[in-house]
Design a protein around this ligand. Structure first.
Ligand code: SF4
Length: 526
């Protein structure tokens, strides 16, 4: 996985900066709460939502199990319909293929449909390096592009901007990308949309090459599907002479019958719409109608590595609805840029480290970018158990273990930063294996408890900066049990029963001091 976010700091540092940005937090809170409330109402309208969700997960799992078969079926169908299929192992290869295809048309400008896959590979930057200018046509993507910014949400890439910021960006930047913003542009949604419409219309009508992703690919007919709300996608998909679609290999579904499930799950879960306003489908090329040349670039870029992980592969079910972002308390406070990839929020926390590999500080930090509250799993329309994958990836970060990288099975070394945690866990494991040492340690801890610091020194400092170190009780549970139950009745189960010693030890049946004696407990039962 490549892209425009490389070089971002690890999540904790990026999030620490973002959470201090009060305007960002206000924008995010307002937007995510609005979307999540609408979505909840739209989903509640369907009595069979749970069954649809299970069906969606089952179709995705079935397809992933036989991904090679369905991809070959798709390739054959696209080719038979007049399209050309290209296979890209990674971001560099995909960018090289697309750049070559655009160059072959002789054009130096392209229009783009909003696409996560092209963001993932950093296509715009690669094209710019080859002297080709890519114009984003989705309204939110346009705002991001004009603002020299990065997307921060899957569905609403400019969610971190409010209306007055967008007006300022349009006024300042539109002229250098084409038609300038209208004189006296205000910040009402209608004015901003009209300004974008006028600006983009020139691009739609002049561009000879369109670049898109796809929400789904139907293997049985070789059909690609884009769902959208604005209609800009349909313009890009139908007006240019050449269409190049870059699509992740996990987007294939076997049949139109399977597609029906996702066309119900996706709009309600993403935009809270019963149906998405525009659904565009195309199969190869058609004489005299639409693009006359069609290229499909099938993108791996870490997906087969992800598929090799039996726990983590469920991330490939994702249909990019963004519902998990809108309910995530961590995303709401940290914003999307802190995740360091086009995939922010809970899905980004499990997808990015798997696509890129757990090799760098950012990727290692992402599985920890969650409170594990489980809200993301509750809303996911394809039932991805994100908390399960987060815990699984944390285990890989701390302990290392087998992973697949670049198609090769290898053993990941534990992350260096977790040496103290591993040492602590080993010490705890040893103590639990040696009860005598554990007992002595607990007694020593109880007797010295007034001397214990409230903040940990050394490597534990970061942990205790935001937490209180628990107080050690005056008496351990073992000692309490031994003192109150241990010697007389024979009900104690440990070898220490009946041999207790030390202060407060029971002196005989029914003679222990304190309120919670065995005889009193028996009396309670009566
Ligand atoms: S993980 Fe689930 S909820 Fe999140 S974007 Fe993907 S499909 Fe939607």
């Amino acid at each position: 996985m490549s892209g425009t976010y490389l070089g971002m700091p690890a999540f904790p540092r990026a999030a620490a900066t973002a959470t201090r940005d009060t305007r960002l937090r206000a924008n995010l809170t307002h937007a995510t709460h609005t979307i999540r409330d609408k979505r909840a109402k739209a989903v509640a309208e369907l009595d069979d939502w749970a069954q649809l969700r299970a069906a969606g997960a089952a179709v995705k799992d079935r397809t992933l199990r036989r991904l090679d078969h369905y991809l070959e079926q798709l390739e054959a169908a696209v080719t038979a319909a007049g399209g050309q299929v290209h296979w890209a192992l990674d971001a560099d290869e995909a960018n090289r293929i697309v750049t070559r295809l655009v160059r072959e048309t002789g054009e130096s400008e392209v229009v783009k449909v909003k696409s996560m896959a092209t963001q993932e590979i950093g296509l715009n930057e690669a094209l710019a390096g080859a002297g080709i200018r890519a114009y984003e046509t989705d309204l939110a993507e346009l705002i991001v592009q004009l603002g020299h910014d990065l997307p921060s949400h899957i569905l609403v890439p400019a969610i971190h901007r409010n209306r007055s910021e967008i007006r300022d960006i349009f006024r300042r930047e539109m002229a250098s990308w084409g038609r300038p913003a209208p004189e006296g542009l205000g910040d009402s949604p209608a004015e901003l949309a009209e300004a974008a419409r006028l600006h983009l219309r020139e691009k739609f009508l002049s561009a000879k090459v369109g670049i898109s992703g796809a929400n789904f690919m139907v293997a049985e007919t070789g059909t690609l599907v884009v769902v959208e709300s604005e209609g800009n996608g349909r313009m890009c998909l139908t007006l240019p002479e050449t269409l190049i679609s870059v699509v992740g290999i996990e987007k294939v579904v076997p049949s139109w019958q399977d597609l029906e499930i996702f066309l119900q799950l996706l709009p309600r879960s993403s935009t809270a719409e019963r149906m998405n306003p525009y659904t565009s489908t195309w199969t190869g090329t058609t004489d005299g109608d639409g693009p006359q040349t069609f290229h499909l670039v099938l993108l791996d870029n870490g997906r087969t590595d992800t598929l090799a992980d039996t726990v983590g592969r469920q991330a490939l079910r994702c249909i990019r609805c963004s519902a998990c972002l809108n309910v995530c308390p961590v995303y709401e406070r940290a914003g999307g840029h802190a995740y360091g990839s086009p995939y922010p929020g809970p899905i980004g926390a499990i997808l990015t480290p798997q696509l890129r590999g757990l090799a760098g500080p950012l990727e290692e930090s992402l599985p920890y970018a969650s409170s594990l509250c489980g809200a993301c799993y509750e809303v996911c329309p394809v039932a991805i158990d994100i908390p399960e994958v987060l815990v699984h990836l944390r285990e890989r970060v701390v302990q290392g273990g087998p992973v697949t990288l670049g198609g090769t099975r290898t053993v990941l070394q534990p992350a260096k930063g977790h040496a103290a945690e591993r040492a602590a866990m080993r010490a705890v494991g040893w103590a639990f294996d040696h009860p005598g040492a554990l007992r002595a340690g607990m007694r020593l801890a109880a007797r010295t408890r007034r001397l214990h610091p409230r903040r940990l020194p050394g490597p534990g400092r970061a942990w205790s900066r935001t937490r209180d170190v628990p107080e050690v009780p005056a008496e351990s549970f073992r000692d309490w049990w031994q003192r109150t139950r241990g010697t007389s009745s024979g009900r104690g189960t440990s070898s220490e029963s009946g041999t207790s010693s030390g202060p407060g030890t029971s002196s005989g049946p029914g003679t222990t001091s304190g309120p919670d004696t065995s005889s009193e407990r028996r009396g309670d039962v009566k």
